[in-house]
Design a protein around this ligand. Structure first.
Ligand code: N01
Length: 518
């Protein structure tokens, strides 16, 4: 708690992944205990609970892929596997007293703002309702599997599943398997299962840039130092952070020199892993490095070069009862299809329906692409706060940094609302359309100069090419802009029972922000 006060407003946090847990911890720090974390599953962890496929792990170093308030102490590994990330999240929830706030098995299907009462009603999948003054959506961007509607898929007589819905009851030993997709998930699962299967077909629609994953174990002395000396831990984390900002961000923002160096490194990595020039040609992307998320893997290429593995680049024509037929008429018989086809990332809060002031539907408002001031606030949706919302994903650094900045910002806003209510004033916070427009112009201008705007398709943009997911500037800028709510960006709270009017409604900005910058 920043100033020792107990504050009260009812808060509903939706989702218990990295974002939801960060929000819970920061709410508690602001003296707010009146919150519930609604979780549709029976366990916390979000995408790290869902993605249990063989080889699942994190390609951001663990010391950076962790909250500032809970330093990652297990220094034996540079890059944590999925079980380690999940255990880290569980430990955070335990140690920060969040678990008792989580209501498991409660899927929120709709949230609706009641203009008269100035409250949100949350509808659950089992027909119940809950009310809250504030809704924090922490549902993530990578939570809805994208399973392509391939012709004939429903007739397949074998077993098919998505990487995020792994069928652990289906042994792969000796099987003939097709993996569809060549993104980060495929690059982890394919090497992990290749040794178990009889035949492996990797269906590639687009080649990706791949860089080696520098996952050597720490020297025992360094590992001990990182575990036991907090200053060493901080310095190492800071080094990782600054390296990503200094090297990767300029490349993503179109710096030709650094982009060229990364390209050279990636081509060298490809040459080292794939001796066959024909296969190498098919694995060489035709777009700028970073346009799609760069894959980090040291065993992807050597696995693709194995004798029983075939990279199939002819487009999939249809799925048959016994396998997959490509557009050249070749049929490959398989008994297992694994969809490593990513997530429905640009729909953000869907399938939950969100109805704001005067019946406005968020899906309609976002028809041309999702937009939110700071990636957090949407005009006409009072007291709705988004985490990992539009344009807040990082292409070059640990997204935990932006999630934590959002959690601190939101908790400070909620504290402000509680203080206003305690003072008998209107407890409503809603960004102005002008604030959103100015924000979006700035973000779009930044995005236009990035490699993401190039010719590739990616999960960072809509089918129409609108870049809705990524943040195109320095991470520290986002941390600074979100550190404290700007009074000019918000509507004046309405008088009781009235409608909102004018900007500049926030008169009081509370105490110093919790430090999240490195
Ligand atoms: O998904 P993706 P992902 N027919 O969208 C292909 C995070 N992550 O699950 O490129 C054929 O990247 C699609 O082809 P194309 C990370 O942020 C993190 O792999 O669209 N193919 C592509 O090859 C990552 O970026 C870690 O032409 C089809 C693939 O499926 C994000 O999750 C680990 C198709 C999808 O790639 C998503 O990664 C794993 C179709 N109809 C994931 N539809 C960490 O280490 C799609 N594809 C932290």
């Amino acid at each position: 708690m920043t100033d020792g006060r107990r504050r009260h407003v009812e808060v509903a946090v939706i989702g218990s992944g990295f974002a939801g847990l960060a929000a819970a911890v920061q709410l508690k720090r602001q003296g707010i205990e009146s919150f519930t974390v609604y979780e549709k599953a029976g366990d916390l962890g979000g995408t790290w609970r869902d993605n249990t496929y063989p080889g699942a792990g994190c390609d951001i170093p663990s010391h950076l892929y962790s909250y500032t308030f809970a330093p990652y102490r297990d220094s034996r590994v540079r890059y944590p596997g999925q079980p380690q990330v999940l255990e880290y999240l569980r430990a955070c929830a335990r140690e920060h007293g969040v678990e008792r706030h989580v209501r498991y098995g409660t899927e929120i299907t709709a949230v609706r703002y009641d203009d008269g009462r100035g409250q949100w009603t949350l509808h659950t999948a089992d027909g119940r309702t809950h009310t809250a003054d504030v809704v924090v959506s922490a549902v993530g961007q990578l939570h809805r599997p994208n399973v392509p509607a391939l012709p004939g898929a429903e007739d397949f007589e074998g077993t098919a599943f998505h990487t995020a819905r792994w069928d652990h009851g289906h042994p792969l030993e000796g099987r003939s398997v097709a993996v569809v997709g060549t993104g980060s998930s495929a690059a982890q699962v394919v090497p992990a299962i290749a040794g178990r299967v009889r035949r492996l077909y990797v269906h590639q629609r687009t080649a990706n840039w791949v860089l080696p994953k520098p996952d050597a174990r720490f020297h025992p002395a360094l590992s001990l130092l990182l575990r036991t000396v907090p200053a060493a831990h901080r310095a190492y984390r800071s080094l990782l952070f600054r390296r990503s900002e200094a090297v990767l961000l300029p490349a993503l923002r179109g710096n030709r020199l650094i982009g060229g160096l990364l390209r050279t490194m990636a081509l060298r990595h490809l040459r080292a892993g794939v001796p066959d020039p024909g296969l190498r040609a098919r694995l060489t992307p035709d777009f700028a490095v970073g346009c799609k998320r760069i894959v980090l893997s040291s065993d992807w290429y050597p696995t693709l070069a194995r004798d029983h593995v075939e990279v199939v680049t002819q487009p999939i024509a249809r799925v048959t009862q016994k396998g997959i037929e490509t557009s050249d008429g070749v049929h490959r018989e398989v008994d297992t299809i694994i969809y490593a086809t990513g997530f429905r990332t640009t729909e953000f809060l869907a399938p939950m329906t969100v109805t704001g002031r005067e019946g406005r539907d968020l899906g309609e408002v976002w028809r041309g692409g999702a937009r939110a001031y700071l990636g957090i606030h949407v005009p006409d949706f009072p007291n709705l706060f988004l985490m990992y919302g539009p344009n807040t994903n990082l292409g070059h650094n640990s997204v935990i940094l932006t999630l934590e900045a959002q959690a601190v910002h939101i908790a400070r806003c909620v504290a402000l609302l509680a203080d206003r209510r305690a003072a008998g004033a209107g407890a409503v916070m809603e960004a102005t359309p002008q604030a959103l427009q100015a924000w979006q112009e700035r973000v779009d201008e930044g995005s236009a100069h990035t490699v993401w705007a190039g010719s590739c398709t990616s999960w960072f943009k809509t089918g129409d090419g609108v870049l809705t997911n990524n943040w195109p500037f320095r991470t520290t800028l986002y941390q600074r802009l979100t550190a404290r709510p700007d009074p000019a960006a918000f509507r004046r709270p309405p008088p009781p029972g009235g409608t909102s009017a004018g900007a500049g409604g926030l008169r009081h900005v509370p105490d110093q922000p919790t430090r999240t910058e490195l």
